[in-house]
Design a protein around this ligand. Structure first.
Ligand code: BGC
Length: 796
């Protein structure tokens, strides 16, 4: 089924890291890059295995300064399996795609079954030809298991091969070139051992977070008995060497089954014992493959997405990677949304605001996963309140980058690879991340009807975020308005006014409008709480009399700046210089990372009206026009189509799209504006990772926010689907290039609500159940679709 496979033909060393990222297999608990099992980390290859939420902190010296960083740890490599023809003198080289003559080389990701297959036909230096067929999986049913099957078929000769299967603890975090000056040695106390006849194990722990890791591997041969089988314990690596007889034209199979546990796991005594026991009890490869397929089939049923053509295949690949990072297993973990998946080391596995682009998708398929991701934030609410307190403010200031304990993990310095300079990083001033969390709480509760969450943890989170905004707002009696100073907006390029000594900008429109929205929702919620719970909440959080009134006041008087008839990204944006976009494009070609280009020219992007990504336009992504109009009106501003169209136009010409998040947000917003350019951006969003449009970044990890965003673009962007006021609201917009699609949703108690657009008709089918009918709002009409019924409407 070509629409369910993702394939690379031929070996291309220059693309290997990209392919490793895109061929990563995972199950939400851990993931392993699609590296060749025989490869070690070098300039071409980078094997990596990462467990969700497994971080470690190290101090490094850069530019004469000590900097501390927390990283998602590259765990011991379970993949190693190398082979060679056995000769008397042992002189044959181990197979290497980089050295041997490849007669055939094909790598196929089977999205339906969750496997990665590699087909190789090669000739070694002595002219012997062999076919090698490898299949691997990271198990979606038992999240602690992985397996690798290798089939060897000699062509025209019989003899013996040596196969070495290993667990390798000699690994470090070295997957991102820019971080090369930083310490990457996160593992210590590596011990190895063996359990005769076929199992080796390795245990270790992280240096500062003290997470213990246990891994075990069982390697077996199907067919002829091995002529020799030796387990060798090295200090950092444990190997199992097998001499296997092979016969011309007859496949011989070597299977490796692996188990991974860490001390974060519930219901275990010791990670090593758990791994050894688990691998001993695990079925053989065939059994694992069968249960793997069954587990994936269930996931695909819950996340069905049907879009024809190439776009559909890419969307399915995106969905595959989203599900491998955030699966139902994630619901059992204390983890957030890692911006780059569990697929590489870029951004150190940190959690940003990107969940804003991921949860709306998950809410309608895997609400239990959304809830767990919100719990990750709620558990770190006390830490966020401490952070606010440290800068003298009330409420919760969530970190821009979050890792294990929710402290601010944004790097203090970042390297501009163009100039080679380490520069201060002020992106931690993106306090808008708090509003993204509040938005997600609200959306999750609207989609699921989870009142229990809303009234308890949700309410606590919202109140503390609202308090932060109220306390951050400074009143200007002259204008009778509140301002929020010293922030950085989603754009990220602008960190300060050109000649200012202090970083931070004033009245970022996105930050302020969203803050007003959060305050309003918090008020609605607190007012609607049942009296006993309201009392409890206000008592527990120490909300003083008059505080909610202040939330209300600020929610009505926050400033939104304007210039030249458009919304200003922040106060004074319109006074910045215009950039010579054409000139820069002509000189540099790709100017997505304009910030780096300008800094390397001893200039700064702070001087220009040039944004990295959607900032003001994010408002059009989060809110439907009617809601935006109401929000602006509440703030005392007029908002209409003309203003919005002018604003969209203005920023469209002043954005470099230096983040993968930019393309699909623009596609979404432009589709709503019925603009011809929408598809250009949607296309770019679809190609962002598969074509590595940000130039080498996908090899360091996928862009999870953008991947999930493209799924949501179909699910909510094109349908205009909103879940609010206990109804499903629809307001479809046409995008001629994506004029047919279908997907199934979980809405409240309804599993598998089918929505399908074909030939200009949208059909909604609700599966039979005892649940109440679904209320659908469309073009001012309200209708109900009962379980077991469907409804079709013709779109204008
Ligand atoms: C973007 C941020 C994003 C981060 C992680 C950055 O390049 O500018 O908005 O949160 O990547 O994906």
């Amino acid at each position: 089924m070509p629409e369910w496979t993702w394939e690379y033909t031929g070996y291309a060393p220059a693309d290997e890291r990209l392919r490793e990222s895109l061929c990563t297999l995972g199950n939400g608990y851990f993931a392993t890059r699609g590296a060749a099992p025989e490869a070690f980390a070098d300039d071409v290859h980078y094997p990596g295995t990462y467990a969700a939420g497994c971080y470690n902190r190290l101090v490094s010296l850069v530019s004469g300064r000590e900097v501390e960083n927390e990283d998602m740890v590259n765990l011991p490599n379970w993949l190693p399996l190398r082979f060679r023809v056995r000769t008397e003198d042992g002189s044959a080289a181990w197979f290497s795609a980089d050295a041997d003559e490849l007669l055939e080389y094909r790598q196929t990701l089977d999205l339906y079954a969750g496997t990665l297959t590699r087909r190789i036909r090669y000739e070694d230096a002595d002219g012997r030809r062999m076919r090698v067929h490898q299949v691997r999986l990271v198990h979606m049913g038992d999240p602690h298991l992985a397996a690798l099957r290798t089939e060897f078929t000699p062509e025209g000769w019989s003899g013996e091969i040596e196969v070495e299967s290993a667990l390798d603890g000699e690994v470090e975090n070295a997957g991102v070139n820019r971080y090369r000056d930083l310490d990457g040695h996160h593992l210590t106390h590596v011990h190895t051992g063996a359990m005769e006849p076929d199992t080796v194990w390795l245990r270790c722990r992280t240096t500062t977070s003290d997470i213990r890791v246990g891994m075990a591997a069982r390697t077996t041969v199907t067919g002829p008995d091995p002529l020799a089988s030796r387990l060798h314990l090295g200090p950092l690596r444990v190997t199992h060497l097998l001499h296997v007889p092979v016969t011309a034209a007859t496949p011989t199979t070597v299977d490796k089954v692996v188990s991974l546990h860490t001390s974060h796991d519930p219901a275990i005594s010791d990670p090593l014992d758990a791994a050894v026991d688990n691998v001993a009890a695990a079925p053989g490869f065939a059994g694992l493959l069968e249960s793997q397929q069954a587990a994936w089939e269930q996931l695909w049923r819950r996340a069905e997405l049907d879009v024809p053509g190439e776009a559909g295949t890419i969307l399915r690949l995106h969905l595959f990677h989203v599900l491998q990072t955030l699966s139902p297993h994630t619901a059992e973990l204390d983890v957030g949304v890692p911006a780059r998946g569990l697929h590489g080391e870029a951004y150190r596995g940190h959690v940003f605001w990107d969940e804003l682009f991921v949860l709306p998708y998950l809410n309608l398929h895997f609400p239990e996963v959304s809830r767990a991701l919100l719990n990750y934030r709620h558990r770190r609410l006390p830490q966020a309140c401490r952070a606010a307190g440290e800068i003298g403010r009330a409420g919760a200031m969530y970190p821009w980058q979050s890792g294990s304990d929710g402290r601010e993990e944004t790097q203090q310095l970042h390297l501009n690879p163009r100039s080679g300079r380490w520069l201060p990083d002020h992106s931690h001033l993106q306090h808008h991340v708090g509003s993204a969390i509040a938005y997600n709480v609200w959306q999750y509760c609207e989609a699921t009807g989870d009142t229990e969450y809303l009234q308890t943890k949700g309410a606590e989170t919202l109140v503390q975020i609202s308090r932060f905004w109220t306390d951050s707002a400074v009143y200007d009696p002259g204008r009778d308005r509140y301002s929020i100073h010293g922030v950085v907006g989603p754009d990220e390029y602008h960190e300060r006014y050109p000649d200012a000594e202090q970083p931070g900008l004033d009245d970022n429109a996105y930050t302020n409008v969203l803050a007003a929205w959060v305050l309003t929702r918090t008020l609605d919620l607190v007012r609607a709480l049942p009296e006993p719970r309201r009392r409890e909440l206000l008592e527990n959080l120490g909300v003083a009399d008059g505080e909610p009134e202040r939330w209300e006041e600020v929610s009505r008087r926050l400033t939104v700046p304007f210039h030249q008839g458009v919304i200003s990204q922040f106060e004074g944006f319109g006074d910045l210089a215009e950039l010579d976009w054409e000139g820069y494009r002509a000189r540099y070609g790709d100017i997505r990372r304009l910030d780096r280009i300008l800094e390397a020219e001893d200039d700064t992007v702070n001087r220009y009206q040039a944004s990295k990504q959607a900032d003001v336009l994010m408002l059009g992504y989060l809110f439907q026009p009617a809601e935006l109009t109401a929000l602006f009106r509440q703030l005392g501003y007029e908002f209409g189509d003309d203003l919005w169209h002018r604003t969209v136009d203005y920023y469209l010409h002043r954005t470099s799209h230096g983040s993968t998040l930019s393309a699909f947000v623009h596609g979404w917003v432009l589709a709503r504006n019925r603009r011809g350019e929408a598809w250009t951006f949607v296309r770019e969003a679809l190609e962002g990772d598969v074509a590595d449009l940000q130039g080498g970044t996908t090899g360091e990890g996928i862009h999870l926010g953008a991947m999930a965003g493209t799924l949501d673009l179909v699910q909510r962007g094109l349908t205009g689907l909103e879940t609010r006021d206990d109804a499903v609201w629809l307001d479809p917009v046409p995008l001629p290039e994506l004029s047919e699609y279908g997907f199934s949703l979980r809405y409240r108690g309804h599993w598998g609500v089918d929505m399908r657009l074909r030939h200009g008709r949208l059909r909604i089918k609700v599966p039979a159940s005892c649940e109440p009918p679904i209320r659908v709002m469309l073009s001012g009409r309200s209708l109900t679709v009962a379980p077991g019924e469907s409804f079709t409407l013709r779109l204008p």
